[in-house]
Write a protein that binds this ligand. Structure first.
Ligand code: PMT
Length: 220
């Protein structure tokens, strides 16, 4: 039964973008709407999985039946993913994670006096890479959001992060990627040559990703 093919499986998904505070009123963020990650959570649930969603701030309502944890920063996202990682079957990092955070978050609102203002940023942990290092028998799925040389960078990310499946999307396009209802991707694994999905609704792409991951899970 295709509808319940994820029954008995545990699926952990991250969605949305992380936010890094500058001061009490300002933050650094990105364009992620959460649609891709929420579509994955919804479809995994409908197909019978036990689903945990870890989400950055979005305008979306988490699907009823999905255990949801709301986070703001990359550090919080990392903590939540690591807490739940060990006993999962499939783990998908669809979140747009802030690669840098502000070195010193100001306790009070920063006043606008100077004509220019330089923020010092420090690198955030690479959560997917960490999950790749800790991997036992989970199927680990990452994304690659690129504006040029999509397949080149995605191939590198697949290897460097020890992912089993990498979903590469071109985020320079307005009709797919950030904020859109549609997406189009290349699915990369270490075994087969990249597979183009064509342009799909995010829920349809979510189904493809879940089927691919389930197949890989069956093989290991
Ligand atoms: O939310 P939507 O509006 O629906 O848009 C969907 C999307 C474009 C956000 C989604 O399809 C997508 O591409 N998500 C990944 C965005 C991203 O951070 O890509 P990246 O190429 O910078 O990172 C590569 C992978 O490493 C990703 O799986 C990311 O979650 C992960 N990562 C990145 C940086 C970091 N410090 N830790 C990570 O775990």
């Amino acid at each position: 039964n295709i509808e319940q093919d994820l029954k008995g499986k545990k699926v952990l998904i991250s969605a949305g973008g992380t936010r890094e505070a500058i001061d009490p009123v300002r933050y650094i963020a990105n364009r992620s709407s959460g649609k891709m990650g929420y579509a994955l959570a919804k479809r995994a649930l409908v197909r019978g999985a036990e689903v945990i969603l870890v989400t950055g701030p979005t305008k979306l309502t988490p699907p009823v039946g999905v255990t949801t944890y709301e986070v703001q920063t990359t550090a919080e996202l990392e903590k939540a993913m690591l807490t739940h990682y060990a006993d999962q079957d499939i783990v998908i990092m669809a979140a747009a994670v802030a690669d840098y955070r502000v070195k010193t978050v100001a306790e009070q609102k920063i006043k606008k006096n100077a004509e220019t203002w330089q923020l010092e940023l420090v690198k955030n942990p690479d959560i997917l890479k960490r999950l790749g290092e800790l991997k036992r028998d989970q199927i680990l799925v990452g994304f690659a959001a690129e504006t040029t040389d999509l397949l080149h960078y995605a191939t590198k990310k697949l290897q460097q992060k020890n992912a089993d499946l990498l979903v590469a999307n071109d985020v320079s396009r307005k009709d797919i990627g950030f904020g859109a209802d549609d997406n189009e991707a290349w699915l990369l694994t270490s075994k087969n040559s990249p597979k183009a999905t064509g342009k799909l609704k995010k829920t349809q792409l979510a189904d493809l990703i879940l089927s691919f991951a389930l197949q890989l899970r069956g093989e290991c």
